[in-house]
Write a protein that binds this ligand. Sequence first.
Ligand code: FE2
Length: 249
Amino acid sequence: MNAGVAVIDQSSSGGSELDVRRVRECLAATGQVYVRRVPPDFDHLAQLSRLGQVVPQFDGRIVRDVTPDPAADETVHLPANTRELLAHTEWFEFPGPPPRYQALWCVRQAAGPGGETTLADGYAFVAGLPSDQVKRLAEREYTWRPTAVLARAGVAYECRHPLVEHRPEALVVRVPCDERCVDYDDLMADYIAQARSFFAGHRLAVKIEEGAVLIWDNWRMMHARTGFTDRRRHLRRLLVSAPTHDEPA
Ligand SMILES: [Fe+2]
């Protein structure tokens, strides 16, 4: 694991109670935190929902199992297969603000090489872009619709939002991993290419261990995954919205 990953050892800090204050401090400082050695009775849903309101998946499920789907196309970059994923932020195409936090924990780690979750700081990425480009990225609103897969599943919406959004609570950096935007243009193409280049040079890699939880700020951090071969790899994912006004950020 890279030295830049913030680590909390749960066995020495709180047992089955997440130290939310420390988690928030790490998230505010680095955008991510790896909580290791959580006890077997750790209630992921109850503890992680202390960070904010849990956001259901499109199908209504609260916790999503991330496992390879035998039917998934292995020729493209898909969460459901075993290939490397491209850098992105979660739900960049979703109406409204994206989930603030994403948590992944491990049920079964992939044997052999690969299967790491990778992260890079989107705030540092945007800070390194020319100011006139950031201004255009904040002003240009794009139209987004669900992927064909989601549309077939009955998900329907159309929304508009920029790639860089200055919200009262914090900056939102959206990094698409494909061309599902309706009005994709050169401004977006350049931005995605720059984001991928930054990600390649700055990513941190974490192979999440069984009994560990990786949490990151999805408004700030880009994430991806390295390819793997062990199809028994099994992670679980939870999305959490931004804290409400009366909760500390
Ligand atoms: Fe993702």
